[in-house]
Write a protein that binds this ligand. Sequence first.
Ligand SMILES: NC(=O)c1ccc[n+]([C@@H]2O[C@H](COP(=O)([O-])OP(=O)(O)OC[C@H]3O[C@@H](n4cnc5c(N)ncnc54)[C@H](OP(=O)(O)O)[C@@H]3O)[C@@H](O)[C@H]2O)c1
Length: 308
Amino acid sequence: MSCTARDRGYRGHQALAGCLWCRTPSVVAWRALSDQAVLAAAPPRTHTSSIRIGLSRGKRPLPISQPRKQSMGIDRKVAIVTGASRGIGAGLVKGFLEHNYRVVANARAIDPRASPDVLAVAGDVADPNTAERVVGGALERFGRIDILVNNAGIFRSKPFVDYSQADFDTMMGVNVAGFFHLSQRAIKPMVQRGSGHIVTITTSLVDQPLLAVPSALAALSKGGLNAVTRSLAIECAGTGIRVNAVSAGIIKTPMHPAETHAFFAKLHPMRRMGTVEEVVEAVLYLDAAQFVTGEILHVDGGQHAGHS
Ligand SMILES: NC(=O)c1ccc[n+]([C@@H]2O[C@H](COP(=O)([O-])OP(=O)(O)OC[C@H]3O[C@@H](n4cnc5c(N)ncnc54)[C@H](OP(=O)(O)O)[C@@H]3O)[C@@H](O)[C@H]2O)c1
């Protein structure tokens, strides 16, 4: 029998000692040949962008396989970002747009955007009607939802006994009910498409409470979000939907006035506050990391690990 690998000029013919295929034109040989044909037929990869993240320092950048200059059609990914008017949420909108996503941006007060790539939906996430309008608007305008970032959140630090009923209602409404209403409505069309991703922004105060920052209601609400992230990741694992969280340290956003920054910096083993860009980078990483689900990714300068 002649060697099909050699006859077709397959370069592996020379590389393999004694050429396995001369002796055994096996399934492996045929697979290698067909792989080669597929590779030859594939268009060159010109549209893959990559960003460098901390884990890859000094090595090849890890690819974040979001297309930068794809066609303008419905193949472009769609992200929903709640709490998108400032801070981390505004950074997420910018990051997603830079990676060629289209974005549905929500906050109670949000600029109506002129961009064809952004749909702004004003409303309180604690209200189920807002979730209806956000998810409905995403499907109507863009036809799909690839990622929902549950970012809208409230933080109030007080001794436990000083929290009012209004504090409790507001924090549970935005942090917990907001997650529930948006995630439930976004997951349904994701199940139909067989893919999707939910990312929630939580806090490392859940893992390492600090005496200097009493935060029982953050623990109650964001701790629940960490727990439901793992729970939903398992529930959704067979559907193509991934569920992750980014647990942030104290991040420089309008949530914290400049005069508090020096104090907050010292609460991190790395002796600095985090930046919005570092949280955005983590969300983009998670969206590209197709084998990662149920992960609580800490972006906190070591805060969750312990104290310096
Ligand atoms: N900054 C930090 O140190 C830190 C640390 C850990 C975790 N986080 C979490 O990260 C997320 C973003 O924090 P951030 O620092 O960027 O906050 P921020 O600067 O205070 O911005 C909060 C955003 O959420 C929106 N928002 C507030 N209440 C809302 C509601 N009921 N419905 C819809 N949108 C609402 C705000 O816009 P409107 O006021 O117009 O609604 C704003 O766009 C939050 O979940 C927070 O808990 C932050």
